[in-house]
Each structure stands twice: as C-alpha cells, then as structure tokens.
Design a protein around this ligand. Structure first.
Ligand code: TXA
Ligand code: MG
Length: 322
C-alpha cells in the first residue's frame, strides 16, 4: 500500500475517503490509528476483519471537541467534565455510558452500553477529525495482539496488504511523540478504574478524583476491559523481562547506561540516559526492529515502575505472555 505524507491536501483527501466509507490510518500522539466513520457498519466490520480483532473487543471513538461528547454519551458528573476540560486533547480515553440516540454503530461498541471516547492532540489527527466533523472510530493500526504502530511504515507492514489504494489511505506524520497507547479510565461508576495504563499519568487527576482503582494487570483472567486479556502487544520472539544481561543468542534491549560489556549481535537501548518518556517512544519500534532479526528471545532490562514506566511494564508483561 502506498504511504502518503500528511500534507494539508492529503489530509483533506483522507477526510473525503473516510466520509465515503474508506479506512484511513493516521498518526495520533500515542500510536497510529486506523479510522472509519463511526456510523458505517461495513467500514467498522472491515476494521475488525483486517486487524483480525475479536468482535467482542470494542473500539475507541475519536472526536475533535468537547461539544460532541453530549451527542455520544450520558455524562452529568461535574468532576468528569472538569477532567475533560483540563486534560483533553491528550492521551486519555474515558469509558462512559452510551447514549442510544448517538450514531455510533453497535459493532464499534461490541454491543456494550458503554463507549470509550478520546480527543487526540496530534495536529494531523485534529485536522482530519475537524474536516470529517463526525466521530471517527479508530483502534491502533496493527494486527490484533501484535505490537502497536508508532510509524506509518509499521502500519503498512501489518495492514498494507489488506488496504486498497483507491478507497483507503495511510497518512505519514512521522514518529508518534508518546509512543504508547492512551490511558483508559472507566468513569461510569463512582469507583473510577484504570482499565489500561498509558501515556497519561493518572497522578494528574488525583486532585479531582481521590480514589482510583487499578483494574488491569492483576485481573487478567476476568478483565473489565475486553481488550485487557493477558496476551497482547506480542512480538514473534519471546521476551525475557528484568534481565541483567543477555544470555547466549539473545538480543538485548537495554535501559539506562550499558554498564556491562554487551557482546551480543543485536542490541538496542530504550534510553541510555534512563528517561522513561524516551523509552516509551522507542518501545514498540525497537521491539519491531529486534523481532526482525530472527532471534528466539529478546532480553530486556528492568524498567522502573513509575510514571509512564507503568504503561511500559504493562505492555512488556503482556508481550512476554504466550
Ligand atoms: O492511544 C490510543 O488509545 C489508540 C489511538 C489510535 O487512539 N487507540 C487504541 O485503540 O489503542 P485500541 O482499540 O487498540 O484499544 C482500545 C482499548 C481496548 O483495550 C478496548 O478493550 C478498550 O479500549 N475499550 C474500548 N471500549 C471500551 C468499553 N466500552 N469498555 C471498556 N474498555 C473499552
Ligand atoms: Mg490496540
């Protein structure tokens, strides 16, 4: 599939393709998404089919303005409105109660009575959303269970064969700034829950909502978010986590200064200076590169479990699970 630079002209063309029922891959600040108009059943079914995604795993709806929220969900909780005002656009997805008059197709919601909503901050995504001016459904633009895409080329590697140059488009907006998916928060009940740790640090909202429960990694067998099954974000190679050094024939993915002598053939470093934001930005891309080397195991240095490190470790634990 041809990759198109995200010029104004191409973004506007992409908007027309989406309105006609096509699929468009576009960058967000987190990862690339594959978007379709939220009311179009065929386009939504195609998204599930090209990703190989189970139909019971619902998709996120993307909008450009808080004014659109009330057309999609019921939300009369003042503290949630404050959170939207303060932290959107940004890498934060809110699961809310679905409004039956909204035009989001049931298949996009996996027939649930809740729906996940976000306003992305990437200017290309924003222009596309404004041009289309209707909600866009967009999961990450990768094959289901594989590593998420942070470059246009990753999208092409996973989905290129299943897209059509006439009806669909891949917009290239360079590398994603955050590199890890949005934080998903369920705000449908009094007890707010983190369904997926991600690019948004929930410490920022603890002023507004005191008691937030983590409901991801520990509840893997009975996840409240359909997407939080244990195996996910998986490369072909096995991952060996919290490694001190690579063993024979392993590839190495470091973090922080490489103090030991690394005499392995394939080695990369998420962030030599030990910067967690840099590590998040590099994570999926470096795992994809090492995975191409045809090795059995990638050994990975331990990553501090704080800030965006929580999201990195969540992805690594799922990626290591077979
Ligand atoms: O950063 C992101 O969120 C990216 C970009 C493209 O926006 N999108 C993304 O979408 O990661 P996806 O489909 O790969 O992940 C959506 C997650 C899944 O874990 C899904 O189960 C969860 O959100 N989700 C969606 N709707 C839900 C709902 N109604 N209740 C609970 N979880 C929901
Ligand atoms: Mg995904």
């Amino acid at each position: 599939m041809q990759i198109s630079p995200a010029t104004m002209k191409n973004i506007d063309h992409a908007a027309n393709l989406i309105l006609k029922g096509g699929l468009v891959a576009f960058p967000t600040e987190t990862v690339y998404g594959i978007g379709a108009i939220a009311s179009n059943k065929n386009a939504i079914n195609r998204i599930y089919s090209i990703k190989g995604r189970p139909k019971k795993n619902p998709l996120i709806v993307h909008i450009h303005s808080i004014d659109q929220v009330s057309t999609i969900v019921k939300c009369d909780d003042n503290k949630i409105s404050i959170i939207m005002e303060k932290f959107w656009p940004g890498p934060l997805t809110l699961v809310m109660e679905y409004k039956s008059s909204s035009l989001i197709h049931a298949n996009a919601r996996a027939n649930l009575n809740t729906i996940a909503v976000r306003i992305p901050s990437n200017p290309i995504a924003m222009r596309l959303l404004k041009k289309v001016n209707r909600p866009i459904i967009a999961p990450s633009a990768n094959t289901s269970e594989h590593l998420s895409p942070t470059k246009a080329n990753h999208v092409n590697q996973d989905l290129g064969d299943k897209l059509n140059n006439q009806t669909d488009m891949i917009l290239d907006g360079g590398n994603c700034k955050i590199g890890i998916e949005s934080t998903v928060l369920d705000v449908t009940k009094n007890q707010v829950k983190v369904l997926r740790p991600g690019g948004f640090n929930i410490i920022k909202i603890k002023r507004y909502i005191k008691n937030i429960k983590s409901d991801h990694i520990e509840n893997n067998n009975k996840p409240s978010s359909p997407g939080q099954f244990k195996k996910h974000y998986s490369p072909r190679a096995s991952l060996r986590l919290n490694a001190q050094k690579p063993l024979n024939n392993e590839a190495w993915l470091g973090f922080g200064p490489d103090k030991i002598d690394l005499n392995c053939k394939f080695k990369m470093n998420l962030s030599k200076s030990g910067n967690l934001n840099e590590a998040a930005r590099n994570l999926f891309s470096m795992l994809r590169s090492l995975d191409k080397k045809n090795i059995d195991t990638i050994a990975i240095k331990s990553i501090p479990n704080r800030g965006i490190g929580l999201a990195i470790n969540d992805r690594l634990i799922r990626g290591a699970s077979k």
